[in-house]
Design a protein around this ligand. Structure first.
Ligand code: URA
Length: 208
């Protein structure tokens, strides 16, 4: 199955259509599609991995623990969340059960990234951001393709990959900044403070 994306730049219509997406099997175990959120006029678009447990229940991106850290980092970088369009490479929560009530996050496969990419392309075409912030390796694979190595390109302003998998959907983009996923910072243990500072520095680079 391929995603059936309506030909529109209305974010409302795109979100309504994405709610019925069956382009991969993830919809079957998820509560709902979590489409991107934020103003159509946003200059900055941030792309995460996939909704987590809290996002899956609430239907909004970045409202769980990783979202709280991202909120704090945005404030520290001088960004207002209300001015940013937040979305994910994959729009259904992929999880596995351990037998109890807890749902354990599972990283999306390349097939899920590919199946969901038309929605990301539609969001880029609708919002026409000047800056894209890529949060983590899954988002980097969605934007640049699977060979991209996040560790080699952190802390730089990169050109939009016009010959990449999203092609000219990003034609408005002046530059891309790739950085850690906020969940990686949360899991940073003894390095957490340093990772947080580096994360904020990357966001500052994105804001310009
Ligand atoms: N992690 C993500 O990548 N996206 C969310 O929306 C929440 C957690």
């Amino acid at each position: 199955m391929v995603a059936i994306v309506p030909s529109t730049t209305s974010l409302v219509r795109l979100a309504e259509a994405a709610a019925h997406c069956r382009a991969c099997e993830l919809y079957a175990n998820a509560t709902q599609t979590v489409f991107g959120a934020g103003p159509k006029s946003a200059r900055v678009m941030m792309v995460g991995e996939q909704p987590g447990d809290v996002e899956d229940r609430r239907g909004e991106p970045f409202v769980g623990p990783a979202g709280k850290l991202l909120d704090r980092a945005m404030v520290d970088a001088g960004l207002n969340r209300d001015d940013v369009y937040l979305t994910n490479a994959v729009k259904h929560f992929r999880w596995k059960s351990t037998g109890g009530k807890r749902r354990i996050h599972q990283k999306p496969d390349a097939s899920h990234i590919t199946a969901c990419r038309p929605w990301l392309a539609a969001e880029l075409t609708a919002v026409r951001p000047g800056v894209v912030v890529v949060l983590g390796a899954v988002a980097a694979a969605a934007v640049f393709g699977p060979a991209f190595r996040l560790t080699q390109h952190r802390g730089q302003r990169l050109d939009w990959p016009a010959d990449g998998p999203l092609g000219d959907a990003g034609e408005s983009v002046e530059y891309v900044v790739t950085t850690l996923h906020p969940s990686a910072v949360l899991r940073g243990g003894d390095n957490r403070a340093a990772m947080y500072d580096a994360f904020v520095a990357d966001l500052c680079l994105a804001v310009g």
